[in-house]
Write a protein that binds this ligand. Sequence first.
Ligand code: FES
Ligand SMILES: [Fe+2]
Length: 348
Amino acid sequence: MASAFLTNCWYVAAWPEDITRTPLRRVFLDQPVVLFRLQDGTAVALADSCPHRFVPLSRGQLVGDEIECCYHGLRFDAAGACTLNPHGDGTIPRTAKVRAYDLVERHGMVWIWMGDAAADPARIPEIAIPNFPALGERDKYGAVAGVLHIAANFQLITDNLLDLSHAQYLHPGLRVANAQRMRHEMRHEGNEIFSDFWRDNGEPNGLMRLLGWPVGVNGDSRANMHWYPPSLLVLDVGATGVGRPVHEGVIAPSLHMLTPETEKSTHYFFAFLRLVGLEDAALQEKVRALGMQAFAMEDKPVIEAQQAQLGDTEIMSLGPTLLSPDAAGVRARRVLQSLLAAEAKAAS
Ligand code: FES
Ligand SMILES: [Fe+2]
């Protein structure tokens, strides 16, 4: 499998609440990172490897705004500079430093820049969802958010998300009943891809019913995915009266942010958003249960089995059967390939 990570771009590293005064280790793009907060709340990311004996710094502890290695006590500041050598005459060895990664908190998430080029915060996508408040304003919507670990390459998950025709088969709780034949439209604007699915004049799924759609009433259901390279997906899911404009109906968008851990594993950050029943703890739990059933119990095992079956073989090299909804996933791979080629060219 070719190493295929775009590095000069932003990935989601964590939900803000994941990063605390206890060092947290996460591997991104095959690089171990330790995340923690300074006393003033600023989030910090350092290479999670002590330059002395290469023990993870995340096994150590914070001392004020510095992290102290658990093994022989070297200390490092937020910039990755060694500030204390408790051995010999205390001289700081020239090699005693670790890489610091750029972090930015935006849209209610913490983003990390893993590449060697200068980090540019302007390149964090402006995530906009039709008929929905700005993402950073969490109190305006009920978010069920979390992160799943998936033992599969991020592009297999991207394929899954760009081809939501699978929901009808793999996710009983998200099935639309008695709808007309699914319609699918793929389009792209620059490097962004839209993969839109409609099931018209059928009974909307269990999520729509949880959010107020009346039982036994038909509507037009949609699941419109918007992909930003390399692996950020925004899903506008909803149902509206047959033939009626979408803003009249139920809306339940969700975010799917894939950060590669290794070639064969991915941090899958997700959030299901809603505008109704924000104070309703029972509803919150039902939305969480429905989402977890679909993602953790239904998608995850299938994608992991697919990865296990493929092993080191890249899926497109096998000449897979392609169905009409695959157009978006195929296009996304092409966009990614061209961005990777451009990044490699710029680096050489
Ligand atoms: S391994 Fe970190 S101080 Fe020795
Ligand atoms: Fe799914």
